[in-house]
Write a protein that binds this ligand. Structure first.
Ligand SMILES: [Zn+2]
Ligand SMILES: [Zn+2]
Length: 260
């Protein structure tokens, strides 16, 4: 028995040692190209791009910066969840919570652009790691039951050559120990290429809190349509997890109220 234990220790140790060594392995920061480790952002870029955003007063529903008159909804765990006035005024909504890791503006927008438009797939673990971290901070008492990537249209797939949400979802799944399902949400068949993009979900989502994974949220129209399809198929709630989100800017150049 002791020899078996010794053998297990001998075979298990290299794996954890190897993972720790990889995390400390000197690399260049994918954003500023200065010294970092394990392929991650350097501490300065992580603070600027991720920590500062997560420390802001962000609405739990639309993930946008709150305004001065927002309040804390003390009925929701943990001790109070910020919900902006625009989201409070909304009646029935398709999305019950949203978390974005980064702002899709300079400098983090460079990273998102290199991944999405530049096809730099090696950035997926960095972005997905930040997404998993943000989700676990915001939803630590109520994580989704399963992750589902936002499907792309054929035109988007042809343009990108890959699916950013799918790449991110599978790594977020590993990092949060929560399954992901590629086929639970798909594009709805359409008779005309000019029809707005539509989605349909399988009955597997019934009764579950679904985490919808996407790369960047802009107007929110696409994630709302996808969330509605999940709700129509019986999902209990839909939570959106994005690598980045664009600030909503109105014509006067100021941040507009959210519309989730
Ligand atoms: Zn850096
Ligand atoms: Zn809001």
């Amino acid at each position: 028995m002791n020899s078996m234990r010794s053998l297990f220790r001998f075979t298990a140790m290299p794996s954890s040692w190897f993972k720790q060594a990889l995390r400390k392995w000197p690399t260049n920061c994918p954003l500023c190209h200065l010294s970092a480790s394990g392929g991650e952002l350097c501490s300065a870029c992580k603070t600027d791009c991720f920590d500062r955003r997560q420390a802001r007063m962000l609405c739990a529903i639309c993930a946008q910066d709150s305004e001065g008159t927002d309040h804390l909804d003390c009925n929701r765990p943990p001790e109070g969840t910020l919900i902006c006035l625009a989201c409070q005024r909304q009646g029935r909504r398709q999305i019950s919570a949203m978390v974005c890791a980064l702002d899709n503006t300079f400098p983090a927008g460079l990273l998102l652009g290199d991944f999405r438009q530049g096809g730099q797939l090696q950035l997926a673990p960095v972005l997905a790691g930040l997404m998993a971290d943000a989700a676990q901070r915001a939803w630590r008492y109520a994580m989704p039951h399963a992750w589902v990537p936002l499907p792309l249209s054929h035109a988007q797939l042809l343009q990108n050559g890959f699916s950013p949400p799918q790449q991110l979802a599978q790594i977020v799944s590993r990092q949060t120990n929560t399954d992901w399902h590629l086929r639970w949400l798909r594009l709805a068949n359409s008779d005309s290429p000019t029809d707005p993009i539509g989605f349909e979900a399988t009955p597997d989502v019934a009764g579950l809190a679904i985490g919808l994974v996407t790369d960047v949220v802009d107007t929110g129209a696409t994630v709302r349509a996808a969330a509605q399809a999940l709700l129509d198929a019986g999902a209990k709630q839909v939570m959106v997890l994005a690598a980045g989100c664009a600030p909503k800017v109105n014509e006067s150049g100021t941040i507009a109220a959210c519309s989730m």
